[in-house]
Design a protein around this ligand. Structure first.
Ligand SMILES: [Zn+2]
Length: 381
């Protein structure tokens, strides 16, 4: 980004978030938030502002802006960043943020919501995980002004957005041709992280280590509690993953005191923590058929799937080498030996986890979030 470029912005009053016609502000005897400054712009309490942050240019010299929406509540509270598509082909999070935007309850927001639906604009345009320099943005934080394109985008996002926030939820899916069970990944020993991870209220939490230069690692170094929500697959929208994600974010915001407790229902689940997980890899080349579903409990010796040679009777039955829950499965039938086919998480109470996953899935299936939140409704004040 050239230094002289200034972000374009559009501001509206938070009192009229699209669908709610009720009187705007009730005078309450409580403290009022201060103006919020981000990327050189001031957002007043009770305003929502869309900012186009100049981030880079295409080869054609066409500017590529980073769209940021700031919803600044009238009352003070945490500053929560929700971001998606750091991997440009991971779309569920983009849709999760789109649905979050229309929540009538946001007019009661305490604190500030910073929404960045597509961090990796290049990857999003090209339906790719990466940037034009073939770098993975989630290995480039905190970035550098002098680096290649991924490093520069990371630097702008990190210094101008991330560093302004007190809490972060980073939205991801599995890589292309893989499907993730909805799960939270978090370093639970970091301050403030466990509260967010358990507050997301889904059955599976992976207590996973931090990868150097990932957003989770580098934001953590700033002392910002951050969790990652992983669900579904790249280049696909999955309704269950989306609804679970929206409900989880609302649940975390409620626990942090950012949203009122009764205005939006949540779908609660008992969270179980896995402290380790392993990939099960292909033992031969061929055509792979999985025989277990996401969320299934498996025990040592259980059949996970089959790999067959396409032009002969040669076949290998894949059997589990340890107990656990399937949290990711490959959708690609063509496999080479050594390829990752299943991601299996280890739990102390795998049977209870499987039951909780099934119950949660059933509750989410019945959830009419989309209808409820995206058509005009009356929010009961
Ligand atoms: Zn990702």
């Amino acid at each position: 980004m050239k230094k002289e470029q200034t972000p374009a912005m559009t501001t509206t009053k938070l009192s009229s978030p699209g669908t709610d016609q009720s009187p705007s502000v009730k005078s309450r005897k409580r403290s009022r938030a201060s103006p919020f400054e981000i990327v050189g712009q001031i957002v007043q309490p009770g305003e929502r502002t869309q900012i186009d942050l100049p981030a880079s240019n295409l080869y054609t010299h066409t500017p590529l802006n980073l769209p940021v929406e700031v919803i600044h509540g009238r009352s003070p509270g945490p500053t929560m960043l929700i971001c998606a598509a750091i991997h440009g082909d991971e779309l569920n999070g983009v849709e999760i943020i789109r649905r979050m935007r229309s929540f009538g309850s946001l007019k009661h927001l305490h604190g500030t919501l910073v929404l960045v639906p597509v961090v990796n604009q290049f990857g999003f345009i090209h339906q790719s995980r990466y940037l034009p320099d073939r770098r993975d943005l989630n290995r480039c934080f905190p970035g550098s002004e002098q680096g290649s394109i991924a490093s520069r985008v990371a630097n702008i996002f990190f210094t101008q957005i991330v560093s302004r926030c007190t809490h972060i939820i980073d939205l991801h899916t599995a890589a292309v041709n893989r499907d993730n069970l909805p799960q939270v990944r978090a370093a639970l020993d970091e301050p403030g992280v466990r509260e967010m991870a358990e507050g997301f209220s889904i059955p599976v939490i992976i207590n996973s280590g931090l990868i150097e230069n990932s957003l989770r690692c580098e934001a953590g170094k700033l002392g910002i509690p951050i969790i990652t929500y992983e669900a579904g697959e790249a280049l696909r929208l999955n309704e269950r993953s989306i609804v679970t994600g929206v409900r989880g974010i609302v649940s975390v915001m409620r626990i942090l005191g950012m949203l009122p407790s009764k205005r939006i229902k949540t779908v609660r689940a008992e969270p179980y923590i896995a402290n380790s997980s392993s990939w099960f890899r292909a033992s031969m080349d061929g055509i792979f058929r999985p025989l277990v579903k996401l969320g299934s409990r498996i025990k040592v010796g259980d059949t996970l799937g089959v790999i067959s040679a396409p032009f002969s009777s040669e076949e290998t039955v894949l059997t589990a080498a340890f107990d656990g829950i399937i949290i990711c499965v490959s959708n690609m039938p063509l496999v080479n030996e050594g390829e990752a086919l299943f991601h299996i998480a280890r739990f102390d109470k795998a049977g209870a986890v499987e039951e909780e996953i099934a119950a949660h899935e059933s509750n989410i299936e019945e959830d009419r979030l989309y209808d409820i939140e995206t058509v005009p409704v009356t929010v009961n004040d």
